[in-house]
Ligand binder design. Sequence first.
Ligand SMILES: C[S@@+](CC[C@H](N)C(=O)[O-])C[C@H]1O[C@@H](n2cnc3c(N)ncnc32)[C@H](O)[C@@H]1O
Length: 204
Amino acid sequence: MDKQSVVSAYRRVAGFYDRVFGPFFAHGQRTTVEAMDCRPGHRVLEVGVGTGSSLPRYPDGVDVVGIDVSPEMLDKAQTRADSLPNDIAIRQLDAQALDYADDSFDKVVAMYVVSVTPDPKSLVDEMKRVCKPDGELFIVNHFSASSGAMAAVERALEPLSKVVGWRPSFPMDEFLRETNLEVTDTRPVNAFGYWTLLQARNTT
Ligand SMILES: C[S@@+](CC[C@H](N)C(=O)[O-])C[C@H]1O[C@@H](n2cnc3c(N)ncnc32)[C@H](O)[C@@H]1O
């Protein structure tokens, strides 16, 4: 999977993303933004903001920057941002190579993004770098089983990742080992708890 596959995949789905995925992802977005406990004056970076369906959930007075690689998804996010009272900046930017200075944000969040991006480790490294020391990182993702029948099915689907634009096989233990995140809380979200919210303290 490379950046161009991601951009192509989301060009195809941008028109129906909210209708099809919105209802599935709403619980995870609501739970995440509540867990972020944002206060007026906080500066938040949302990476892979997509169509911006999470943006109305941020409390008044919170400054949000939403970035994404897909121009078609960002067009929708910009329309949403324009209708909201918060100070929201929408930018086309690769989360694996951010142009923000170190320690720029109080909280950095990635919902349904890490297994979609070509290099999850560099994405998390960038999230850590731009987050203030002792700031917080929030990641929502589906993590695959590391063993058993489901793991075998998810591994078998791996060759399709370029077409579908995400990685079917994505075990949490490997992800945490690679990224060295200091996780402070995990909770299941969305239908059947199929996705997981990871909350982590920024220690680097
Ligand atoms: C499944 S969508 C999730 C969108 C949104 N976070 C939500 O909750 O609906 C994944 C998004 O991540 C974006 N994305 C993937 N890799 C990215 C990267 N390296 N930098 C920025 N955005 C990326 C895609 O373009 C897409 O809009």
